[in-house]
Write a new protein. Sequence first.
Length: 302
Amino acid sequence: IDDQSAETATSNMADERHTPFLVSLVAGGLAGTTVDLALFPIDTLKTRLQSPNGFIKAGGFTGVYRGIWAAAAGSSPGAALFFSTYEKLKPTVARIQRSYLGDSYSPALTHMISASMGEAAACLVRVPTEVLKSKMQTNAEGTSTLGSTFRLVLAEKDGRAFASSVFGGLYRGYGITLMREVPFAFIQFPLYERFKVEWSKLQGSETSPLQAAACGSISGGIAAALTTPLDVIKTRLMLGADKNGVAYKGAGDVLQRIMNEEGSSVLLSGIQPRVMWISIGGFVFFGAYESYRSILIGAWSG
């Protein structure tokens, strides 16, 4: 490796790259749609494994594309909101850190903060999508079509969800989703960015989209495994009730019932398909994002 090239690459990686807002918006939306549609059956199997009714009663291996239109409706705007917020905040957070901390500036903290804010924005779209999708994936009564599922959830004005008088159950699980996504982002994105930096140092140039995809796959798999218990609680809350039809009162109630009635091992339900889905999804998602970003940056510059 040429020493001067390596030094230049390392120097370039020290400053957070700037991505135009429109580029990150479009690239994120396209990447989100690509991965959600490509890997939807694996997500369905994971959701059914986490259902309180059990895998077979929730649908087993049949109808694994139920709810795909709900996913399609939310994947593009959700991913677009995440990446536009994440890319926009990275240089700003880095600049604020440097102004206060100087040499103690932490790139990992920049990525954690930016990714967390990106997740909070994305969940405004992602949570209603997840609620509808989870209902349809587990064959809940009255969910034969996306329209009927939407009306069903909108009518669920039981106070367990944010602004349920207006949105019904669409935002049920928003809090626990953030509690899952923020730790996930805290783990994944510093690892993702660090892996890219180290790879860049080794080869003396920026990582390619394929290399970034590999970094996203590994970091996503690690984060997925560690946050599976939060994902189980999130799924139960979004489904709304246990196998006897008794409504969950909140994340604490879900956790207590699981521990008392089913055992702690249930908190790892669906870990295999979740890690597989997010590892493969991370490869596709980050590879697609970096590819779309490069194409759009080229068109933008041209």
